[in-house]
Design a protein around this ligand. Structure first.
Ligand code: NAD
Ligand code: ZN
Length: 361
């Protein structure tokens, strides 16, 4: 059972198909709707073993001219070196502007493949097949591509939309708990920045979500995709509104960096959302009982609301101060007026986050 076409399209090209166990259908749809002289599946070493090679065989059985390129799994591969390695292989196999890339994997594969697709021979089309929860609800949607530089994350990139996104919940069955939690944190974020009804649904379904019940995950993933897609449709190039997707991420990124990236992204964002809710309540916006509900949901889903002892407060503040400098001495914080009503504030400063960080230690 698959649901095709989440209503309207983004940039005339962007269509999300959500379902369970439909890799055979994906092959057929690719052959029918996306003709190309060559298909190149790009994946990482883990996903290649789990799914890449069988997917390659499925496409071959359909008679499609297809090859597979893989690189070592992990954020460490999101570099220009990998981009140059991949492009060298594409040239070797004769890929040209009539070829199609297929990103099969998590956010790292999606960001890298999208970046290569946007610049190889001045752009070739690509398809996203996200295999982590994070990639399914977040990174595959919206057209941001990137690689990291030694100076920082995502410093080189483009806005470039995939032709299609195939979201198969079957992939999630092999995902580790930590990777699953990374995606759940982004889902909570959607519950806080869009209709409060979604937040209430998450509150009701905590146990099912922890148990990874497919019955609940499907509508929750679909709703998350709709929310992200809706935000991006309003502000594709992030001139303003799209920034609400950064809820919990200002402090989240500072915490990640201060932990030397030992704190996984989802946990860092959970802490960032807890802190942003506390800041919102302290400033008199968010009612205290809503702040408590937010923390309860985060905790009940198995995400942290207390900062681990090995992450130093001053280090986190130092990172925030650096961000502030970069943004022209303003630190844009996404805060909440209520659950479901985010807004951007530029006058939070650093002393309130400092106090909140201490409270959360
Ligand atoms: P990831 O791609 O590194 O995947 C996490 C791990 O899970 C990897 O080891 C991977 O091999 C493995 N994996 C993938 N699918 C699996 C499966 N089905 N079963 C078992 N293991 C599997 O990380 P991620 O969390 O998916 O994505 C994080 C990246 O996404 C970061 O680089 C981040 O910057 C980027 N990102 C981009 C956007 C965007 O808008 N473009 C948004 C959010 C995050
Ligand atoms: Zn995130």
């Amino acid at each position: 059972r698959i649901k095709i076409n989440l209503d309207k399209r983004l940039s005339e090209s962007h269509e999300i198909c959500i379902g369970y166990d439909f890799q055979d259908r994906m092959g057929l749809l690719i052959a029918k709707d996306h003709p190309a002289n060559r298909y190149v599946i790009v994946t990482d070493s883990n996903v290649s073993q789990l799914y890449g090679r069988t997917f390659l065989e499925k496409l071959k059985e359909l008679g499609l001219p297809v090859e597979l390129l893989e690189f070592p799994a992990g954020e460490g591969s999101k570099t220009m070196e990998t981009v140059l390695g991949l492009t060298a292989r594409l040239l070797e196999m004769g890929a040209d502007r009539h070829s199609m890339l297929i990103a099969l994997g998590g956010g790292v594969v999606g960001d890298l493949t999208g970046f290569v697709a946007s610049i190889y021979m001045r752009s070739v089309p690509f398809i996203q097949i996200p295999t982590t929860l994070m990639a399914q609800v977040d990174s595959s949607i919206g057209g941001k591509t990137a690689v990291n530089l030694p100076q920082g994350k995502n410093l080189l990139g483009t806005f470039y939309q995939p032709k299609r996104i195939f979201t198969d919940l079957k992939f999630l069955e092999t995902l580790s708990d930590e990777e699953y939690l990374n995606g759940l944190a982004e889902i909570v974020k959607y519950g806080l920045i869009d209709e409060p009804g979604f937040f209430e649904q998450l509150e009701r379904e905590v146990r099912a979500l922890r148990a990874r019940s497919l019955e609940i995950l499907e509508p929750v993933i679909e709703r998350s995709c709709r929310i992200k897609k809706g935000v991006v449709e309003i502000d594709e190039q992030e001139s303003g509104f799209r920034r609400i997707l950064n809820f919990g991420h200002t402090l989240g990124h500072a915490l990640e960096a201060a932990s030397k990236f030992t704190l996984p992204h989802g946990k860092a964002v959970a802490l960032g959302m807890t802190a942003a809710s506390r800041i919102s309540a302290c400033c008199g916006f968010l009612p205290p009982e809503e702040r408590e509900r937010i923390e309860a949901l985060i905790r009940d889903l198995g995400l942290p609301v207390r900062i681990p002892s090995d992450v130093a407060g001053p280090e986190v503040l130092g990172r925030l101060a650096m961000d502030k400098k970069k943004e022209g001495n303003e630190l844009p914080f996404i805060l909440l007026k209520k659950i479901g009503i985010p807004f951007m504030s530029k006058d939070v400063g650093l002393s309130l986050p400092e106090k909140i960080l201490e409270e959360m230690a």
